[in-house]
Design a protein. Structure first.
Length: 286
């Protein structure tokens, strides 16, 4: 059974009004398929550098260049209305001790000098963002800047990279994990400042369709439940009725519209249904 959280947030984290022109209920399975599509062959992020003073190590500088290669959603009703996401990435990591003059040196004989490519796994709680802008473009993604880090680590089953002695790799990963545990929060904050919202920008052609269905400019309200993400797009003043969440399971999305948007939606879908090509989705009318 799918249970929903009692907490509804706008994608900026504020409590919402609940009057929607359009509502989409997306299952966890569907979100994970969409994640594969969004990541594609990889999403490169800007380099992130953070400095911190560590016991027995002094001032340490950690530089990470991440390329996101995949990820999964783990939607839970008890995560405060946020989406739990685990991101897989390849990271080029450079760790160095920094002296008073800014010169760098190896931190430990257990760590290589210079950058080393390693797989990294990042788990975090983030706010999904869906927003119709004034120019009718649409932003959809995850707010890294306002998120909460759960942990950064090198996966346990990671094989030694080329050029690294397999016998030395295990203690090396333990050292990296210790550094990530000590510096992960600062690294996450720096990443949030650099990237803000990670996601897609959709053109005004998509936004024009949403506006025609009665969606007002602004951010959506998001509710996270067990295995289900519900997105409610705010209604314009002239919209009659309101969209409400619909039950859904499996790799599917359930979309509902307010009363005044039904005929507009039909006008969009009927030509597609009568066209020469089959629709890439099923339509159920209730």
């Amino acid at each position: 059974m799918t249970t929903t959280s009692s907490k509804t947030r706008t994608s900026s984290g504020r409590a919402g009004s609940g009057r929607w022109a359009l509502c989409a209920a997306v299952t966890e399975e569907m979100l994970n398929d969409l994640m594969v599509f969004a990541v594609g062959e990889g999403v490169s992020l800007d380099p992130v550098t953070t400095d911190v003073a560590l016991p027995a190590m002094g001032d340490v500088r950690l530089k990470v260049v991440l390329t996101v290669t995949g990820g999964t959603f783990d939607l839970r009703a008890d995560d405060g209305g946020r989406a739990r996401v685990v991101v897989d990435a390849t990271g080029v990591v450079d760790v160095a001790a920094v002296d008073f003059e800014g010169d760098s040196a190896p931190v430990s004989p257990m760590l290589p000098s210079g950058p080393i490519p390693i797989p990294i796994q990042v788990a975090a709680l983030v706010d999904p963002v869906v927003e119709l802008r004034d120019d009718l473009t649409v932003r959809a993604g995850l707010d890294v800047g306002g998120g909460e880090l759960i942990g950064v680590s090198v996966p346990d089953d990671t094989a030694a990279p080329d050029g690294i002695d397999p016998a030395a790799w295990m203690p090396m990963t333990q050292m990296f994990n210790m550094l990530f545990a000590s510096m992960g929060t600062q690294l996450w904050e720096s990443l949030g400042e650099h990237v803000g919202v990670v996601g897609s920008e959709l053109g005004s052609d998509v936004g024009a369709i949403l506006a025609d269905l009665g969606v007002a400019v602004g951010r959506a309200e998001v509710s996270v439940g067990s295995g289900l993400l519900t997105v409610g797009l705010p209604a314009a003043e002239d919209v009659i009725g309101r969209a409400t969440p619909s039950p859904v399971a499996g790799k599917r999305v359930a979309v509902s519209v307010a009363q005044s948007g039904v005929h507009r939606l039909a006008a969009l879908l009927i030509p597609l249904a009568l066209g020469p090509r089959p629709l890439p989705f099923e339509i159920e009318v209730d």
